[in-house]
Design a protein around this ligand. Structure first.
Ligand code: MSP
Length: 509
């Protein structure tokens, strides 16, 4: 049987600035999902990259007195370098300045034109460079975009996409595909936005140059959002529809985005695709925004969180865990030093770290550093093992609905059950009185830890590997198909010297 396919994407990041926690968060959520799907047997394509055209990037280059291409080369690299640093397992990295992308963006334009969805007119209205978006007079709040960004008056010849004709089709599409937009509250927002009527969309500009030329009319460059959204099919080889990647992976399974850019992905993008005769993606998930110690994150407040500093201070897997555990995915969340330290010291160090350390060092000392015998499971042993062998279907549902925090709570309930089990079974007491029973108890715990290690790989790949290495689990036996009795630990196998995996975080040291 062929493996199920899963194609997921991050937004492509504007190269006007250095990467911050918001970028790291979206990419991390995708990485966790990509890793989960691979371990669960899917054929995965995971794409990220940089959005390099438009006025915002052009202006940023100008400020530094750099040519836009040289500037984007430099800043794009910062985003690319962050990926290995955060242990991100993307399969491709796309830049909108690449030749493959220009071909795809122009091809989609031609299709829209051929299908009669583009016409030439004149745009006059407001434009926010920061949002790279058009606004009508009645949308402005105190003379600014609803995001608070400044707007400028634009009056120039422009091509338009006939978005106003897509209202009914989009509403039908949302209705037929109830999982297309998540979470549900965001879906309702989009539906009410579309229901209130759509205006035709200006899709070209003539007052600056940094972008992809409109086919057959070089005075115009394509609107940066039409250019940018197309990246998702560029990476599958479009416009070559015979290309294997395209056939295999389009339509995308999931576009992960922040709530601020949902409209572009859930309204414009499916309309462009339907108009071009292409299939829309299967799902768009809009996550929330982080604040820093209760305050909106902004450059002017000087409270931008640098993901590199965060990782250097707290540790990579600690940060990966925190970002996905602390806040129900989809909601806004607050980053605070205290909550970060609490998560590290309580969930990671006390619960998980202690469980592994207690069991592994006890086995090291009392079982000749090897996997003890299973002398027959009791009801309690069976209950613990059954919990960890049986958790995958629920986790699958969690990951398919991007409920990362729920998935982690579920795994942690097994960690807690294991800690409770040690205290109740008290192997240290059994050592003299019932050594055979002690062996079975330790066997049960090690087998549970093996499965917890396997389950945690998507979230904390390095630490999970460390757990599995200490148990000397062969790398080929670490996928989710090994979460069963058939792949159970072998008594007598030698264990590695245990190393504590999650030290407590102490501000002073
Ligand atoms: N270039 C566009 C996306 C084009 S996709 C075809 C863009 N880029 S961005 O660099 O400005 O933003 C990328 C992502 O970062 C967005 O999903 C946005 O929601 C996210 N975040 C920016 N600040 C954030 C927080 N403070 N918290 C969480 N995510 C935030 O938009």
């Amino acid at each position: 049987m062929e493996a199920p396919r899963y194609y997921l994407t991050t937004p492509i990041y504007y190269v006007n600035d250095v990467p911050h926690i918001g970028h790291a968060y979206t990419t991390l959520a995708c990485d966790v999902l990509a890793r989960f799907m691979r371990l669960d047997g899917c054929d995965v394509l995971f794409l990220t990259g940089t959005d390099e055209h438009g006025q915002k990037v052009e202006k940023a280059a100008e400020t530094l007195k750099m040519e836009p291409q040289a500037f984007t080369d430099k800043v794009s690299k910062n985003f690319r370098d962050l990926l290995p640093f955060m242990n991100i397992s993307n399969d491709d990295f796309i830049r909108t300045t690449e030749a493959r992308h220009k071909v795809a963006a122009q091809a989609i334009w031609r299709r829209l034109m051929q299908n009669g969805h583009i016409y030439l007119d004149k745009y006059s209205g407001w434009y926010s460079v920061r949002d790279e978006a058009y606004f009508a007079e009645n949308e402005l709040i105190d003379g600014k975009a609803p995001t608070g960004a400044p707007v400028e008056w634009v009056e120039e010849p422009s091509y338009f996409f006939d978005l106003s004709k897509w209202q009914t089709k989009l509403l039908e599409f949302y209705d037929e595909n109830p999982n297309f937009i998540a979470p549900a509250s965001r879906r309702n927002e989009v539906i009410s936005f579309v229901s209130s009527g759509l205006r035709d969309l200006s899709i070209s500009r003539t007052s600056f140059n940094w972008g992809i030329a409109v086919p057959d009319d070089e005075k115009h460059i394509m609107y940066v959002w039409l250019d940018a959204l197309t990246n998702y099919i560029t990476a599958t080889g479009f416009p070559d529809e015979q290309e294997t990647l395209y056939k295999k992976f389009w339509p995308a399974s999931l576009h992960m985005v922040g709530k601020d850019i949902l409209r572009f992905h859930a309204v414009y993008w499916p309309a462009f695709l339907l108009a071009a005769g292409l299939e829309p993606p299967k799902r768009v998930f809009a996550h929330g925004w982080w604040t820093n110690e209760g305050q909106k994150i902004s450059k002017s407040l000087g409270n931008v969180i640098d993901p590199i500093e965060l990782v250097e201070k707290y540790g990579l897997d600690q940060v990966r865990y925190f970002l996905l555990r602390e806040v129900p995915f989809g909601n806004d969340g607050d980053f605070s030093k205290n909550s970060m330290i609490n998560r590290i010291n309580s969930d990671l160090s006390n619960d998980l770290g202690n469980l592994c350390q207690r069991v592994l060092s006890f086995v090291q000392k009392n079982c000749d550093a090897s996997i003890p015998q299973n002398n027959g499971f009791s009801k309690d042993d069976e209950r613990l093992i059954a919990q960890v062998y049986g958790v995958l279907p629920s986790l699958r549902a969690d990951f398919n609905s991007q409920s990362f925090n729920v998935a982690l709570e579920r795994i942690w309930s097994i960690v807690s059950a294991s800690n409770k089990y040690i205290d109740e079974q008290a192997p240290w007491k059994l050592r003299k009185t019932e050594p055979e029973r002690m062996q079975t108890v330790l066997f049960t715990l090690l087998e549970t830890i093996r499965c917890i290690g396997i389950l945690l790989q998507p979230i904390m790949p390095a630490s999970a590997n460390e757990i599995l290495n200490q148990l000397t689990i062969d790398p080929s036996d670490r996928s989710y198909s090994a979460l069963n009795e058939e792949h159970c630990l072998q008594s007598g196998a030698k264990l590695q010297q245990p190393n504590p995996i999650f030290p407590r975080f102490d501000e002073k040291t």
